[in-house]
Design a protein around this ligand. Structure first.
Ligand code: SF4
Length: 313
């Protein structure tokens, strides 16, 4: 007999991730920022008219009050957040700043993911006030490990942790409501490291630990045991720590690539076709493009909510 009752989640925010560019000043060996494109296809973010249209279309479809959005059958959400990711989001700060301000005006909450190397750019400082969250990708406290991973620019500079600490404090002073999140990808070079001191020093509101995803290459892959050991080593940090293994990351993010297509990852160590794409959103509309990719709404809701039991007809 079918149970007419089912669980429906309530979440604070629906998060849409737009990877605005794949260009970066670092060269991480596991980097996932590699999207298939026809030659001469530029990033949408460089076209002010098209990028504004994309923002408007996304807001119309994903705004919390759009009752026709099919995700409402699984969860309700109070706010919509646009998370800008890369590549490096601060490489072309003028474009990023324009997107931040336009999205804010439309009604999005905003977050920005960065490798933090360009955070002292004045345009970045200007954006901080419009953000609800600043995500910083940081894999190691050890310069040599960062070099091995590829977290190094063409001038052979790696992140300076004193400098980073200062920048984070400045960002907090500029926007006291800003949530600071550190993202760490566990890979073969940092898997034995203890990052406790670093995390205690930077005091992020959230530290997300992700297992390297072998979609472009499995060169830096870690075993179940290695990943488990890393997370166990840091369990004492308590609630600030949030862990995502590979299966948690599959089809559980709403992601848009630099050309304005939804995409999802698939396991493919050869790197031949790491992603599955929708048609460009501006070509076919958000709803049609969204229906062309798989998205596990339950998994997404599980990440952002403590499920509440609701009785649904
Ligand atoms: S910092 Fe991020 S975008 Fe840049 S190379 Fe590394 S993983 Fe890729």
């Amino acid at each position: 007999m079918q149970n007419p009752e089912r669980r429906k989640h309530r979440i604070e925010e629906l998060v849409v991730n737009w990877h605005i560019t794949e260009a970066c000043n670092y060269a991480c060996r596991y980097c996932y920022s590699a999207w298939v494109r026809e030659c001469r296809q530029g990033d949408l973010v460089q076209n002010p008219k098209d990028s504004l249209q994309l923002l408007q279309d996304l807001y119309q479809f994903f705004r919390p009050t759009n009752s026709t959005n099919p995700l409402h059958s699984v969860f309700d959400w109070k706010k919509l957040r646009l998370s800008l990711a890369g590549g490096e989001t601060l490489l072309y700060p003028g474009h990023t700043k324009r997107i931040v301000h336009e999205a804010k005006n439309l009604g999005f909450n905003l977050s920005l993911i960065t490798n933090a190397s360009l955070l002292d750019n004045p345009e970045a400082t200007d954006m901080i006030n419009s953000l609800s969250m600043l995500g910083i990708s940081l894999d190691s406290a050890n310069p040599q490990t960062n070099r091995l991973i590829g977290r190094v620019n063409t001038s052979n500079q790696v992140i300076d942790l004193d400098d980073l600490s200062t920048k984070i404090n400045q960002a907090r002073a500029t926007n006291p409501n800003l949530v600071i999140k550190i993202n760490t990808v566990v890979n073969k070079y940092n898997t034995d490291e203890d990052l406790t001191e670093l995390i205690e020093r930077l005091q992020p509101d959230k530290w997300k630990v992700l297992r390297v995803l072998p979609i472009i290459s499995d060169d830096l892959a870690v075993s179940d045991l290695q990943f488990h050991s890393f997370t166990e080593r840091h369990q004492h940090l308590g609630k600030v720590l949030s862990v995502e293994d590979n299966q948690d990351m599959t089809e559980s993010y709403l992601m848009i690539d630099p050309l304005g297509r939804f995409f999802q990852n698939q396991h493919n160590p050869t790197g031949a076709t790491p992603y599955i794409y929708s048609k460009p959103i501006l070509q076919v509309g958000v709803e049609t493009a969204f229906n062309q990719i798989n998205f596990d709404a339950e998994k997404f809701a599980g990440r952002y909510s403590k499920p509440t039991v609701e009785v649904a007809a």
